[in-house]
Design a protein around this ligand. Structure first.
Ligand code: KMH
Ligand code: ZN
Length: 273
């Protein structure tokens, strides 16, 4: 069993929720920055970032990413990871734009899929375009794999030089339309990774806690947060992103996997300071 420090990524906003579904959702730049700081203080080292416009709707506007980034940087040190997924239906050029601000990391979704009742479009052309924006800006990619076929796409596109060979891997399990958040699915995916590949799992909804626990035991890393799960337990909304992070920190401590500091997370991921 690995005793390596655990990188906890906090997905603090997302694109799918609103105040109707989750009343404490951070929306304004100040609220998002405060939520990021709380999550980092609780033990997160990566902030997976989506932002919202003045109406509280998901946006890929560069000026909003810039404002939120500045506010987060003024409050705390963390690895900032921008979403290039945006919301379902966001055009690819808009998805790429914020990467020009050169965050530490950016996500790269690895395939088209049903996303609930909608279609999340990630053709190979789209993936290559976003991957190009990420590499051209010297940003580290976190590949988002939602389904088994997408891991085959990773292999194929890395071989063709269209997706960076050096990347962090995140299995996002439990999207209706993707793989469900089960232990056997997680094991199957992890078994396909090359030796030394860093990976994390983000379990959606009720899958968040069991996926986190199994990743801790398997030597992986963990993503939690309101983007993926709004409940602390069945029928009880989480009070904050930090609360979800704190629970993982407590469990991981029992496994002798202390939450990674930002410096440790950078070292593990091979990110420069
Ligand atoms: N909002 C989802 C459609 C990412 O951030 O890279 C896509 C998503 C993935 O959240
Ligand atoms: Zn996201």
């Amino acid at each position: 069993m690995s005793n390596a420090p655990l990188i906890i990524s906090a997905a603090i906003v997302g694109a799918e929720h609103s105040r109707d579904t989750y009343p404490h959702l951070p929306l304004t730049p100040d609220e998002i920055a405060a939520a990021a700081e709380e999550a980092v203080n609780a033990g997160a080292s990566i902030i997976h970032l989506h932002v919202r416009d003045e109406k509280g709707l998901p946006t890929q506007r560069v000026d909003v990413f810039e404002t939120v980034t500045e506010k987060i940087r003024n409050r705390c040190d963390c690895i900032l990871q921008y979403s290039t997924g945006g919301a379902v239906g966001t055009p690819v050029e808009l998805r790429c734009n914020p990467v020009a601000l050169k965050p530490d990391m950016a996500t790269l979704s690895m395939g088209t899929m049903n996303f609930g009742s909608e279609i999340y479009e990630n053709t190979e052309e789209t993936i290559a375009t976003i991957a190009g924006a990420i590499t051209d800006n010297g940003v580290m990619a976190e590949l988002e794999v939602f389904d088994f076929g997408q891991i085959e796409t990773v292999t194929r596109m890395v071989k063709k030089g269209l997706v960076p060979e050096t990347h962090h891997m995140d299995f996002v399990l439990g999207v209706p339309g993707g793989m469900s958040a089960t232990i056997s699915n997680l094991v199957m995916l992890v078994n396909r990774l090359k030796e030394g590949q860093t990976w994390a799992v983000a379990g959606l909804g009720r899958g968040q806690l069991p996926m986190a626990m199994h990743s801790i035991a398997m030597g992986g890393h963990v993503r939690v947060g309101i983007e993926d799960n709004i409940y602390y337990r069945k029928g009880e909304l989480a009070v904050s992103n930090a609360q979800l992070v704190e629970r993982v920190v407590r469990i991981a401590r029992e496994y002798d996997r202390p939450a990674a500091t930002v410096t440790q997370a950078r070292q593990i991921l091979g990110l420069s300071g």
